[in-house]
Design a binder for this molecule. Structure first.
Ligand SMILES: [Zn+2]
Length: 253
């Protein structure tokens, strides 16, 4: 992946060359600028681009080991059902929790932790405009969730997943000193937008050793999806392992 800074240098060089040597400068200027902007958008929107922040997206293991993650909870209604299914299949997962959800569901967070699942930081507000926050505002928001997790389960999480999976220079600055392992995914289940059958089909088609699967534990449709997925993974001989084990990283300080 070409880093945005390198692309910017190339962009300037090409602009100068166009200006000096080519006719129809206006058209070339529009095309080159369009390509440059498209590259910037791709770098930010693709959590695995590694353009701004090192992220864990897929392990290079050859063994049939995968890990599952749930974003946007804990949810008082859905998360307990998810925990039940995970118990049934004896599977460990990582929950990337939103601070304002934790504040409303502290006992539930303790329950997730006591069952041995991992807990990660997924910002406090998960606001729509989070990606446009200045670095200091982002950092304050993220630190609030770390504090809340620590107050609730007595552990300092090192796992972080950016809201909406967007990374940019402000986020890079915001988490610079927070010593996180930033976690992406290799399979986005699209469980919030697709129908159950379509989601299952999509995951089955893609599943391979080392995958991180992204689910959400705040929507009812996760229940049939998760059951079907876990049955399928088991029947195909996939072992569901905790995230820290798959990447040999620390989940907590
Ligand atoms: Zn989210």
């Amino acid at each position: 992946m070409i880093k945005p800074r390198t692309t910017f240098v190339l962009y300037i060089i090409v602009l100068v060359l166009v200006y000096l040597f080519l006719p129809w400068k206006g058209i070339f200027f529009i095309i080159i600028t369009g390509l440059f902007l498209a590259h910037l958008v791709y770098c930010s929107a693709n959590i695995c681009s590694q353009a701004y922040i090192k992220t864990y997206c897929k392990s290079d293991t050859q063994e049939k080991k995968i890990t599952i993650t749930f974003d946007d909870g804990p949810d008082s209604e859905i998360t307990p059902k998810v925990l039940e299914i995970l118990d049934e299949f004896n599977a460990m997962a990582t929950f990337f929790c939103i601070g304002n959800q934790i504040a409303k569901n502290k006992e539930l967070l303790q329950q997730i932790d006591s069952k041995g699942h991992l807990i990660g930081n997924h910002s406090f507000s998960h606001e729509f405009w989070f990606d446009l926050y200045p670095a200091n505002k982002m950092q304050k928001d993220i630190k609030n969730t770390n504090r809340l997790i620590f107050e609730t389960i007595g552990k300092k999480t090192k796992l972080f997943r950016p809201p909406y999976g967007v990374t940019n220079p402000s986020l890079k600055k915001a988490i610079k000193d927070l010593n996180f392992n930033t976690i992406g995914w290799s399979i986005r289940s699209l469980d919030t937008v697709s129908k159950t059958e379509k989601t299952i089909k999509r995951i089955k088609k893609k599943l391979s050793p080392g995958d991180i699967i992204l689910f959400h534990d705040n929507r009812e449709q996760i229940i049939p999806i998760l059951k079907e997925f876990l049955s399928y993974a088991k029947s195909e001989g996939f072992e569901i392992v905790p995230l820290d084990e798959l990447f040999n990283i620390q989940a907590y300080e």
